[in-house]
Design a protein around this ligand. Sequence first.
Ligand code: NAD
Ligand code: MG
Length: 383
Amino acid sequence: MKKISLLGATGSIGIQTLDVIASHPNEFNLVSMSFGSNVKSGIDIIKKFKPKFVAVKDKDTYSLLIDTFGSGDITFHYGQDGLIEAAVFDDVDILVNAVVGSVGLVPTLKAIEHGITIALANKETLVTAGHIVMELANQYNVPILPVDSEHSAIYQCLQGEDTKAIDKLIITASGGSFRDKTRDELKGVTVEQALNHPNWSMGAKITIDSATMMNKGLEVIEAHWLFQMPYEKIEVLLHKESIIHSMVQFEDYSVIAQLGTPDMRVPIQYALSYPNRLPIHNGNRLNLSEIGLLHFEQMDFDRFRSLYLAFESGKSGGTMPTVLNASNEVAVAAFLKGQISFLKIDEIIEKALDSHANITHPTLEQIQEVDKLTRTYVQSLIS
Ligand code: NAD
Ligand code: MG
């Protein structure tokens, strides 16, 4: 029985993680969890899964939970301290990090120091401080198991392979909500249109990231760190069906791909059950004869400016990816609130990157400082 801590339990990945846990009650046990402020959903989850520890974002939500559950078997906490405590509670076996944004960084680092295996959905963590996370994981000999479907695919393709024989990683991209629009046609798009992803149902931030293609950019940086791969060996390929979740080409030009119907529970479950596999509850088998055709297209870096910016920041390294991520988080939040237009997102990120003096080997404190300063700067651009 693996003891699990889940950060971001009420989110898209969180709910699907709970589905995996519930469908394998002899394998997994949820002992600790956190969520932001979705109290109704949070209370339902607590009643169903009976975790021993629950952390929430703010004090009001915390007080509400104390009123509901009393001070009985469950320990409640809130804020950043709560998030960290939830991550490492009772020395769980696996931390599923499914919060959104770089707020997930410190809990990940603390869990690594406790020797807890990380199942990582929160890609912003690796983007903002990849070298620190990977160094620490190495030092503590802690596996970082990818939950993101592309990275899970690559991880699966690499089982039993020598990573030195990799020629390149091929990350597939569905293209998001606006894949058939030209840049000119993106001028007046609305929040509702951007939130309408053709293949995946996900949280709001990542759905916008998919529409700008920043999601793929973040995934390229994530892949660089997870698989220690130079950016020259990472390629992005448009594949609108989302059936091939990613591929690895080896030095003999043999290509291994991982396929399946789009279902995030598969990579989540693989991370939880690794190195074993388990049956998937209510899944859909892939039927290739029904699908018939799969399409592939080269990526257009002019059309998807965010992807270009992500590659460039990744190659520069240092604090550039921190700035990329923080400016994107603030810009996307502003777009979702209707404060800026869709095309302003890229523009703002580029401005933030241009005005930043890179720190090449930043400490955690420097990363946190740059993250904060970038958020303030971008906020000032918006208002
Ligand atoms: P979401 O917005 O649906 O859920 C986020 C969760 O984090 C919620 O439970 C929310 O309450 C919680 N949260 C937010 N801020 C918090 C805070 N300060 N303290 C505590 N909890 C907080 O997001 P999602 O789509 O599930 O994505 C989560 C992460 O997984 C993101 O990094 C995303 O890029 C990544 N990811 C998601 C998918 C997907 O299919 N949804 C796929 C791959 C990767
Ligand atoms: Mg992905």
